[in-house]
Design a binder for this molecule. Structure first.
Ligand SMILES: N[C@@H](CCC(=O)N[C@@H](CS)C(=O)NCC(=O)O)C(=O)O
Length: 227
């Protein structure tokens, strides 16, 4: 059985489809639609937590974006798209790979939850300030480097782009002024692997690479009478 990738549409499992396309590996793609906002039963059947991404390889079922990315790279991708430990950019690679899901994505989720419960005040202000600093650090990095780890496109980029694009349909943030990040997103969108992944995984989804945030996914569901 080929590697099977379960993608919940409009979600961070887009990373795994993108990775498979960049590596050019053989895989079977299984698409799952949100129901209407959260995972459908087909995902819950595979994971009691009910979150994507999920991959299956023979008798193995694996969850968690970073684990899936590392597994696929090493088991199916001949170790491509990583920076090896003796390379001068090794620590840059490690930092940006882990920053994506260790800091950036959880921070955006925290701001999303705070906005839902309507919490304001000093804590929200601190989160906002810190987030601007995160974007500024990434922007500075991308103004002087083609990709996050340096000259080469790596899995650190694959881990990061969801939060700057699709995630903004769940929590709107504006990228105006972050010219390094915006130029980077343009470059990402021109990659053949990214184009193929979007066409297979979320053909109807806009790219969300502009400075202004995209339309809210929740508002879209409401307008369609699904929520
Ligand atoms: N840290 C996990 C997070 C997984 C996660 O939050 N997945 C979301 C997609 S963005 C999901 O499955 N949402 C549907 C739901 O929670 O029901 C990972 O990177 O795999």
């Amino acid at each position: 059985m080929a590697l099977r990738i379960h993608h919940l549409q409009v979600s961070q499992s887009e990373r795994i489809v993108w990775l498979a396309e960049e590596l050019g590996i053989d895989y079977e793609l299984v698409l799952h639609q949100r129901d209407p906002l959260f995972s459908p039963p087909s995902i819950k059947k595979l994971s009691e937590i009910g979150q994507a991404p999920i991959i299956q390889d023979g008798s193995l079922t694996l969850f968690e974006s970073a684990a899936c990315v590392e597994y696929i790279i090493h088991k199916h991708g001949n170790g491509q798209l990583v920076v090896i430990k003796d390379h001068p950019r090794y620590s840059d690679y490690l930092y940006w790979f882990h920053f994506a899901n260790g800091t950036l994505q959880p921070h955006v989720l925290m701001m999303l939850q705070m906005s839902r419960v309507g919490t304001a005040g000093a804590y929200a202000a601190t989160l906002g300030e810190r987030f601007n600093k995160m974007l500024a650090r990434m922007d500075a990095r991308l103004r002087s480097n083609t990709w996050l780890a340096g000259d080469e496109f790596t899995a650190a980029d694959i881990m990061t782009v969801f939060t700057l694009t699709t995630m903004r349909s769940f929590y709107a943030f504006d990228l105006t002024g972050y010219e390094g990040i915006l130029a980077y997103l343009q470059k990402v969108a021109q990659r053949d692997g990214y184009k193929r992944a979007r066409a297979k995984a979320d053909p109807d989804l806009e790219l969300m690479i502009d400075a202004k945030p995209p339309r809210s996914f929740v508002e879209k569901l409401k307008a369609e009478g699904k929520l």
